[in-house]
Ligand binder design. Sequence first.
Ligand code: BGC
Length: 388
Amino acid sequence: MKKRYWLVASFWAGMTLLVACESKKAESTQASSDSLKIEQTAFGKISDSTQATLYTLKNANGMEVKISDFGGTIVSWTAPNKDGKYEDITLGCDSLAGYQKGVPYFGALIGRYGNRIAKGQFTLEGKTYTLAKNNGANALHGGLKGFDKVLWTATPIAGEEPALKLTYTAKDGEEGYPGSLSIEVTYTLTKDNSLKIDYKATTDKATVVNLTNHAYFNLKGGLNSDILDHEVTLNADKFLPVDNTLIPTGELRPVAGTPFDFTKPFKIGARINDTKDEQIKFGLGYDHCWVLSDSSSNLKLAATVTEPSSGRVLEVFTTEPAIQFYTGNFLDGTITGKGGTIYKHRFGLCLETQHYPDSPNQAKFPTTVLKPGQTYQTSTVYKFSVKK
Ligand code: BGC
């Protein structure tokens, strides 16, 4: 018993030493204050021999983002309101145990294929691949054990703009997908209160890839109210209508004249219950993919969210062609999150930058196929500011 305690202690002492070394290196190359060191704390046990760790990225303004190597999960994220008060604006759990109980992807990295693939099946280069059906008849967010439930290898990079590099190699056949896929995701907290997420992947066999992050935002502060008063703008003049299992029908429908028109700011609550619209009925609110008007792979503004009472503004920039806007319609008060808060209906909203859902089965959609020799590379920036 005594011996085991000593082993664990020396493991954590080793970790501390590592952090100290990393920070020293950064200090010698740039002026980074001690307070900007990347703190590491134990987050919970995955198994007898594996621990999850929580990394805290801080910038000089006071923004703090806590990320775990379990699922590459953003566990908390503070942003200032109009009085300069920093408060947590993402739904999540206090420790690993909460995530292990099964939460709907709070803050997690999603892959190998974010969003739905119809009937959990697709054909690539003449071969049909079968995935787990974990969402009715369909496959959702990478399967039963997607990238949100694996332990990533983390490398903290201290500095004025601290970063956390996460790597993971998914096996050929993992969750039914072909090809061994090497993924690298880097979270960087910038001086201007943005969190930049850079995704990269390579494969040894043709496969499909659609990576994203599934943070649930509530900009009001407190994480204890719905998001219906948040005002949203989406730079998208079309969206993808879905069937009653949320698979795109293939149509790119103009948003004009529908509750899906967010080309100008609208309160989420204004039209979310407009069930005369079949698409609102199918989504139980908003749970759809918007096609960005700028279809280039430049980093462009995709979405803006403003919460009037706190003054918080979130802008989402992406190189991706589309964004899934989900309004927490499946949150039903059965999950207790951070600080004992019960997450009720529509307490969080997601802005998941991505390629279109079900692309592996829809030849007219932009391709999500990745071949050996190619590099999958996308970036998304979530930037906070205030409107007084
Ligand atoms: C999907 C929702 C789903 C949620 C949590 C979103 O990306 O669009 O339908 O309920 O993830 O799984």
